[in-house]
Design a binder for this molecule. Structure first.
Ligand SMILES: Cc1cc2nc3c(=O)[nH]c(=O)nc-3n(C[C@H](O)[C@H](O)[C@H](O)COP(=O)(O)OP(=O)(O)OC[C@H]3O[C@@H](n4cnc5c(N)ncnc54)[C@H](O)[C@@H]3O)c2cc1C
Length: 193
């Protein structure tokens, strides 16, 4: 059983999984590889000068895998339902359970509808933490926005959802702050002697 099941592996879903897993939660991502990033070339992602969308998504996939995210690439989620305290996700002929679910299916909002999330017009209604009207179910990225379809905004939504889940789990506001010593520990000294 995972802590967080993420449905959709675009910038929103992969970022939610990254933040969850690098801070100690068990996270899994299901993705059918229909991300719009395969059509994009990013010149507007802060801190990145220019990157092909598919290269960006492949880099992000590797990054989440490095932090232990369980990836179900090519696996479609066919149903998600609330089950007492948590959620059951049906995918690839199997059922998966978790305390939290993050919906990140781009412009496809069908699963949010079947889960019973409230909508605001055509988009899923969320609060500032990206939580839907269904407790512990979050929605992120293009599915919650009518127009602001930018990779960095989706990634930010995913980060906000995961940080709120971490705050819920730890019982206080959680900050994912790293310092240079953390990088040294992970990757070795960044300073050339
Ligand atoms: C031509 C084009 C150019 C663009 N250029 C830029 C640009 O220059 N800069 C920029 O910032 N943005 C650009 N974008 C927009 C950017 O691609 C999107 O903002 C971004 O991909 C949205 O991320 P997301 O995670 O919300 O959704 P998506 O990237 O759409 O990811 C959703 C993922 O969920 C998966 N999924 C859906 N349903 C299921 C299911 N039931 N089970 C499992 N997986 C499922 C999909 O296959 C997909 O991989 C462009 C888009 C297009 C179309």
């Amino acid at each position: 059983m995972a802590d967080v099941l993420v449905i959709g592996g675009g910038p929103a879903g992969l970022t939610a999984a990254l933040f969850a897993a690098k801070n100690g939660l068990e996270a899994a991502v299901f993705d059918t590889d229909g991300t719009w990033m395969h059509k994009a070339h990013l010149f507007n992602y802060p801190g990145i000068g220019s990157i092909d969308g598919s290269v960006y998504i492949e880099t992000l996939r590797d990054q989440v895998a490095d932090f232990g995210v369980e990836r179900h690439q090519g696996t479609e989620v066919t149903d998600v339902s609330a089950d007492g305290d948590g959620f059951v996700v049906d995918a690839g002929g199997e059922s998966h359970e978790a305390d939290y679910v993050v919906l990140a299916t781009g412009a496809n909002r069908d699963l949010a509808e079947s889960l019973g999330c409230d909508f605001d017009g055509d988009v899923v209604d969320v609060d500032v933490t990206m939580e839907t009207s269904v407790e512990n179910a979050y929605a992120t990225g293009a599915m919650v926005r009518a127009e602001e379809w930018q990779a960095v905004i989706s990634a930010g939504d995913g980060a906000a959802a995961a940080l709120n889940i971490l705050s819920e789990e730890k019982g206080e506001h959680y900050h994912d702050f790293d310092v240079p010593a953390d990088a040294d520990e992970l990757f070795g000294s960044l300073v050339e002697e």
